[in-house]
Design a protein around this ligand. Structure first.
Ligand SMILES: [Zn+2]
Length: 349
């Protein structure tokens, strides 16, 4: 196995930067000991980050994965893509972003998402059908269950069906993620106890009682501020509402993860693959996270909450998903865009 020594970089440890130190890549993983390297990368004055994780995107094709990795996004968590054969064809491709996928989401018959020409299997049924629906997602290879919730009366899955799906997924060991883009949909996400809520209300702020409930239940939020910004430009909604919501969630102790909603879907507000995650980090700091907290939200945070124990931190034994940048991102976040080199499972780009 080829060994690479990265010499003298300061390393982001999830909270701050270490002093200059050496990190060795041995094959696919970070090594405990240096040994004899085949290559030495002089990294004096550079910063080494864990590869970035985008906790909300939509896969398109192989070109998506290459684009992501060129921006240092070494893991992409897809929040709805189908057919299963497309998702399967994008898994474990060497040298490009590694993926997890929700596969086909669960939607209601009358909601906004029904207009995207969804396969019949996407529609929530009765509570009694929840177990079968979860089993079919697992058979298709879904890594977690994505529910598209709407405010009451807006055509999403009803509360009984959604609650039964969360229960069935939990019994099967699948994380549950709910799309909620309004305060009404958030009420439902809180009531049914999903693990992770994605988006924040676009065009209104969350209520304080909702923020408290999310914090008390230990729910995690992936706000997709980049999407909020794209929507605000198209529809004139106030980005400030989304920023205030994220600030309030963060103050209340709700874990916040970086996700962009990057997509190539006609009719959906545009968000670019890869570059958007750097924008998301900037928007998270505008909402009140420190630079270090924003970086954590795109590395160790998503690894922890999506149970990806093999990545997200620069330590021996983890995947060698690494991003070498010029400058200090704790004093100037734009440094994350000054990419010197990227490794995905030890393969250098
Ligand atoms: Zn999405």
């Amino acid at each position: 196995m080829a060994k690479t020594l990265i010499r003298g970089a300061r390393v982001f440890d999830g909270h701050g930067l270490t002093g200059p130190r050496d990190v060795t890549i041995d094959g696919r993983v970070i090594a405990a000991e240096a040994g004899e390297p085949d290559e030495v990368v002089e990294a004096d004055g550079l910063t080494l980050l864990p590869g970035l994780i985008d906790a909300h995107l939509h896969l398109k094709g192989p070109e998506t994965l290459g684009k992501l990795v060129s921006y240092g996004v070494t893991t992409g968590l897809d929040m709805a893509s189908w057919p299963a054969s497309l998702v399967q064809s994008l898994r474990e491709q060497p040298g490009v972003s590694d993926i997890r996928s929700a596969g086909l989401p669960v939607i209601g018959r009358g909601g906004r998402h029904a207009q995207f020409g969804m396969p019949e299997g996407a529609y929530a049924g009765t509570p009694e059908q929840a177990g079968e629906m979860v089993r079919s997602r697992i058979a298709d290879g879904s890594d977690y269950l994505k529910l598209v919730l709407e405010a009451p009366g807006e055509g999403g899955p009803d509360q009984a069906a959604a609650a039964a799906l969360v229960m069935a997924a939990r019994e099967a060991g699948l994380l549950t993620i709910a799309h909620a883009a309004s305060a009404g949909a958030y009420d439902l996400a809180i009531a049914i106890g999903v693990d992770i809520v994605t988006h924040v209300p676009f065009g209104e702020a969350l209520r304080p009682d909702q923020v408290e409930a999310l914090a008390a239940a230990g729910q995690v939020v992936v706000p997709t501020l980049t999407m909020a910004e794209s929507i605000s430009k198209l529809r004139g909604t106030r980005l400030e509402d989304a920023l205030e919501t994220v600030g309030a969630l963060h103050d209340a102790g709700v874990p916040i993860l970086a996700g962009t909603d990057a997509n190539a879907q006609p009719g959906v507000p545009p968000v670019e693959y890869g570059s958007s995650l750097h924008r998301e980090l900037e928007l998270l700091t505008r909402a009140g996270l420190t630079n270090a907290e924003a970086l954590n939200a795109a590395t160790a945070g998503p690894a922890q909450y999506f149970k990806l124990a093999d990545r997200g931190v620069v330590e021996a034994g983890r995947r060698a998903d690494l991003l070498l940048i010029a400058g200090d991102p704790l004093t100037d976040l734009s440094a994350t865009r000054s990419i010197t080199r990227v490794w995905v499972a030890g393969v250098s780009k």
